[in-house]
Every structure is written in C-alpha cells, then in structure tokens.
Design a binder for this molecule. Sequence first.
Ligand SMILES: [Zn+2]
Length: 507
Amino acid sequence: MGDDWGRDEAGEAGCSGCERRLNASHSDHARLLLSRFVAMSAFLGVRPIVGAACIALLIAACGREPAPAPANVVLVTVDTLRADRVSFDRYALPTTPFLASLAEEGVVFEQAYAPSSWTPPSMASLFTSVYPTTHGVTSGGIRDGAAHRQPVLGERFVTLAELAREAGYLTIGVPANRHLSEELGFGQGFDHYYGEAGFLKASEVNREVLRLMQAAFGPNWRLERKRHKLFLWVHYFDPHDPYVPYEPWTRVYDPGFRRDDPQSPAFLIMKDLQKRFPEITPELRARIGRLYDAEIRRFDDHFAALWQELGFGDETLLVMTADHGEAMGERGRLGHSHSLHEEQIHVPFLARWPERLPRGLRIDEPVGILDVYPTLAELMGAPIPESARGRSLVPLFEEGFDPSAQARTVPLYYELHRPRTPTTGLRSGRWKLLVERRKRGERRQLFDLEADRGELRDVSAEHPELLERLTAQAEAWREALERGEAETRELTDPETLEQLRAMGYVE
Ligand SMILES: [Zn+2]
C-alpha cells in the first residue's frame, strides 16, 4: 500500500457496545422502536406499521418463516462516485478491480439512482428511505448572522442502523465526510461511530474502522467479532474534490502528472477550480478524469485491504453504492449538487452475499438508493416501516423473477432544493422528466434515456402528451409528499469550521 495504511493504530481495547448489546433487554429495544415507529407514522400521517395486533412483528416476521439473516452486513458508500467510472459498470479502465471481483459473485444494479445530487439529502434518504423533502435535510450550511448552522437528521426517524441494532447487530459507522457527523444526527443507531469533524482519506477511514473494531470487541476482536452479528457502514470520500494525486495510483492513471504544472486541476477545491479554469476544455476534462480515476482506484485498493483485514467471507452481505455522481464538463459544469442530470445522480450499486443472493446477476431495472433500507431490513429480518418510500429489492433476486412483468413500472423521483434551483425529477421507464422552478418560470425537459443516456437532447416538443402526463404525475407526487423541517444546529467548534472553510462550505 503506497500511503499510510494504519492497521496498528487502533485505540484502547474495550467492549462497551457489545456489553450493552448483550445486556440490554430485547423487549426494551422493541418497545422503544415501536414508540418511534408510531411517532414517525403519526408525523408522516400514515397508519403505524400494521396495527396493534402485529406488535409481535417487531420481534418476528408476520406469518412467515424468516429466512436466515446474514452473519454480517457491510454497507459501503463512496462519496461522489458516478456509475460509469467503476469497472464493474463497463468502464474501460480497471478503476475498481476488487469491487469488480465481488460483483462477479453478486448482483449489480446497472441503473441505480441517488434521490439528490449531494451528500446530506442523499445520505439522509438512504438511512431513512424517505425523500429529502420529508426528512428536511436539504441544505448545507445556513448563515444566520455570524453563525453557521446546519440541518440535523431528526430523531423521529428510525434509521437503518437502528433497524440493524434492533435485528441484533452490533453497529459501527465510519463516515469520512464531515456532513455525516454525529452532531448532525447521522450517528443514530450506531454503537460505535466516528463522529468527529473530518474529511478522511481512505487510509484514515480504514484506521478508524480498525480502531472501532477494537473498541467494540476488545483486543481479540478478530475472534470476538465472529461471536456477534456486525453491521458496519463505511463511507469513503476519496473521489470528492479536491482531486488529490497519491502514489502509486496517479503514476498509473495519470503518468504525465507533474506537481508543478500550472495547468493542473489537482489540489483545488471546486470553487477555486472553477475560478481558475472558467473554460472547460477537453484537455481539462481529461486531466480531471485521470485524477478522478486514480482516486477511485485508491479507494478500491484500500477497501480491498480492509475487507481482507476484517476477514469477511461468504457469510457477509455487502452492499456498495454512492451518495451521488460528479459532472465532468457535461453541460459546461464540473462538480455536483447543481442539477439532477445523469452524471450527478446515476450511481454504482452492487449487493453480494453468496450464501443467499444470486451470482453474476445484472439488473437493469431502475432502482433507488432509498431501496437499500427496505432491502436490508428484509434480509436482516427487521420490520420495514410503512413510512419507507423505497421498496425491498429482494423479489428481484429471487429465482423465477420475471423482470418484464414488473420492469420499469416503479417510478423514481429526484429532488433538488434551495439554494440550488429547486428541481423535481421523475424517471418512468425509459423517460426522464426534469422540472426546474426558476424565478422566471418553470423549465421542463424530457429525455429518452434508452436512446440518449447522456441527456443531450430534450424531446419535450416531440412528445407533448407524454410531457403533460409526466408533469402531472411529478406534480401530484410533490403535492402529496410529506414535508418535514429539519432542526438546525449551530456549529461552533473552530476546527470544524476551519475544515468546512478549507473545503469551501463556509465563507
Ligand atoms: Zn457527497
């Protein structure tokens, strides 16, 4: 490994989390979870799960023999990773050889989508299976006079980690993105959490995972962890800007790179990069692409090392996806969070669990990362709250499933909120509608993704009836959407503010 892969820097031994798991009364957890479900259902204006008669559901699946749950669940999310740059999604370069080898033994969703194009709304949706308007985590920093405030993921939601905990898993989370910190509500349900300020590189992420494994299971964690069910979430950050060269990866993917080259886009945060290069030339796109690829490979190599270090095998369910993509000059834009076009929301998504899932299956039905929550809930044997707006993908794995019977009938929706141009997106079969609500009026665009994956040609004028029908569908969906306002928290820690400033999130 070419940089500081820190396997020996784990912290103090101790087992507070598993003690708590082992000692806590299951019925206490069930009662707490039930009260949260009822509160969440009331907030969302829906019936509490399946009614009082099925309270026992919280402990056992209703009327069905539960299938064996995975021994471990590993959820890997990668910041800013667009689907068409991972090698298991047919990219020409081997950016993710390790993931590609896992993908051969699992299921790849070739059309997977984030509900928004940046971290807080997307990840809050992944963890709650509700759309951004409902959880309300739709903006980043909010300036309130001199104060810097950020929305917090509300406690009224039962997060995926809470479901996992209820299903008997010890939960560990290591997010490398400052916007996913404990104080912003993303630590809910985790027994052990890297909740500090920080944008970590892959080697630091791995080090934190190993530290928390020791904290959870003690010095003999390699043996000890096998006596528990583990839910591990790891969020890597490497492909996010600034595009930073690291050896040996840059040498392979960008052999001509020179640190002193004034024309290099390396090291610049997006805001500065855009200022420095107002014109996006093909050469700039290629340079950014090479640095981006090297960072993806760096993540893949580190994740491979972590997987091996933790000793996971076929008993472990792995789900890997991303919070959003990245524009590489499409429509004259770089970065993300400013539109809902494919390059910013189409993400990789694979699931591997050789003991139960099919091997080598590729599914091209559009799915959303909101589906991760109900899918994992079903596989872990946890109840799926009625509030979940995603769907379990388990039926798609099952033998005899006929994609043509259901194919492309389940619509997907996307959202972008202020301070960006408020936009609603709808994917229905081959069609994608985008409705931008601008100051000077609405702008509607319709794309045929089967004929035009890059969304280069707006076909609204050719399909006026379809345009009206999909607009009405998107509007009806938006009208019916439960609205939640997230509370905000003032960030005061100077180090946090400095890190946010360094990344361009705070002026
Ligand atoms: Zn992100």
